[in-house]
Design a protein around this ligand. Structure first.
Ligand SMILES: Cc1cc2nc3c(=O)[nH]c(=O)nc-3n(C[C@H](O)[C@H](O)[C@H](O)COP(=O)(O)OP(=O)(O)OC[C@H]3O[C@@H](n4cnc5c(N)ncnc54)[C@H](O)[C@@H]3O)c2cc1C
Length: 424
């Protein structure tokens, strides 16, 4: 059965980020009505919280094909394909005009948070006739809570609002809940909005991803003009080599350059690197600073701010009543897990994948975009756009187009995959 079983009902898209809007554009092209539900006040609400951060992908990889067709029909001028947008540019120059497009705008509701998805009048346990019932999304807005019947659900709600805790074990570190005053979030704007909190002070950055690298490089720039600014970078492993990346071998030069600049700042001693450090406890000091205790005896770093770039996890609560088949570690679709597991495979050359791989036992429910990668960090927009093209084809009954996935992603130039483990 496809969403065509309920042609009169819309297909819900959760989230008006780049992938959600792309899904809506593909639905419109195929003659279906999207209902985009966005918890924020505008499209790209999550990205606006990291508006100051430059992407590593040039525009070439950040615009979806169906969205481009919609925009170009209204005279939109695509930015220079080789230039690199910031998060803010992405929203201003692409997502905002797309969301305002007269074909799409009537189908987007803002300040509408999805809090649940279910099969109409059938809890998760009941099987008989399940596929013959439409789905229901429960939406919370200023006017209260309502249930809306839909033919299918494409969950593109991202992971930005559910960051991992600082605690290395996945649970908050002891004292983490009471340490909000010192926690700067995953990507503080240290050269702009949050400058005062970091200039002339000591900031500890935790993490081994591009978010950590971005914050470290911004702090390095801040330190060059603000005496007394100290930068400490703590990682759980023994070596930062993976984040230093593939340098010139990276097919996205901006991504390669981040690692190269970071290595230079560490080698020059401007960033103090602490390896083998897993946070176990946070404790305020008598002089108003934060003591960050490591799991090993005697490990303690005393700082003014802590930027925990420890990654993100999907919010699965709203999907509790539908039947999902998830990888037990990564919380992504089970079949996708081996392709993106960061402990096996660190580069972004993920095999192209679409509806087949993303399908769950609950028919007509797909998780796409950043959220489809669960806890894996290597998601790229180009992957998400190909996912929704294929998913929308499947939902609208075009099995041949759904099966034809062909996407070549730019490689990082480094992969930690071991031979025979599905790596490069
Ligand atoms: C700092 C940073 C840099 C990145 N750089 C790149 C890059 O260079 N190249 C690249 O390809 N990728 C990059 N990514 C990864 C990824 O492409 C982005 O995270 C992208 O924003 C993911 O798009 P999305 O649509 O899946 O999710 P999001 O952009 O997070 O959009 C999800 C939307 O859903 C809304 N939402 C959340 N919960 C609900 C709910 N319950 N109900 C309704 N709405 C909800 C949110 O408000 C948000 O607007 C980067 C990510 C980060 C964080």
């Amino acid at each position: 059965m496809t969403s065509n079983a309920f042609p009169e009902l819309p297909i819900a898209v959760i989230g008006a980020g780049p992938v959600g809007l792309a899904a809506a554009a593909h639905l419109l092209e195929r003659g279906r009505t999207p209902l985009v539900l966005e918890s924020g006040a505008q499209a790209g609400a999550a990205i606006l919280e990291w508006a100051h951060v430059p992407l590593f992908s040039p525009w070439r990889y950040t615009v979806d094909v169906a969205s481009r067709r919609l925009l170009e029909a209204e005279g939109w001028m695509e930015p220079d394909l080789e230039s690199i947008p910031t998060g803010g540019d992405l929203v201003r120059e692409y997502l905002a005009p797309l969301a305002a497009h007269r074909g799409l705008a009537p189908h987007i509701r803002y300040a509408a948070r999805v809090i649940g998805v279910a099969r109409r009048d059938m809890d998760k346990v009941r099987s008989v006739g399940r596929g013959r019932r439409p789905l229901v999304v429960r939406v919370q807005s200023d006017s209260g809570v309502e249930d809306i019947e839909v033919a299918g659900v494409i969950d593109a709600s991202g992971t930005w609002r559910t960051p991992n805790p600082v605690g290395a074990g996945g649970l908050p570190a002891q004292g983490e809940e009471g340490a909000a005053h010192w926690l700067a979030g995953p990507l503080p704007d240290v050269l702009g909005r949050d400058r005062e909190a970091h200039a002339g002070r000591a900031t500890l950055v935790i993490g081994m991803g591009h978010s950590a690298a971005n914050t470290l490089l911004a702090l390095d720039e801040l330190a060059s003009g603000s005496p007394g600014t100290e930068i400490v970078w703590a990682i759980r492993g023994r070596s930062p080599r993976r984040l230093y990346g593939g340098a010139e071998s990276d097919e996205l030069p901006a991504r390669g350059a981040i690692g190269t600049r970071l290595r230079e700042a560490v080698d020059a001693g401007r960033i103090r690197l602490v390896t083998d450090f897993s946070v176990s406890r946070l404790e305020p000091t008598d002089d108003g600073r934060l003591a960050v205790h490591g799991a090993r005896d005697g490990q303690v770093l005393v700082v003014d701010r802590l930027a925990a770039a420890t990654g993100f996890r999907p919010d699965l609560d709203m999907l509790r009543e539908v039947r999902l088949d998830l990888d037990p570690a990564l919380e992504c679709p089970r079949a996708l897990g081996p392709l993106i597991d960061p402990t096996v495979h660190s580069c972004s050359t993920v095999e192209p994948h679409g509806a087949d791989l993303l399908a769950h036992p609950e028919s007509e429910v797909y998780v796409v975009g950043m959220k489809s990668y669960g806890r894996a960090p290597t998601f790229l927009l180009a992957t998400g756009y190909e996912q929704v093209r294929s998913v929308v084809a499947a939902m609208t009954g075009d099995a041949a187009s759904a099966a034809r996935v062909d996407l070549l992603l730019p490689a990082t130039g480094v992969c930690c995959a071991t031979a025979g483990a599905g790596g490069c």
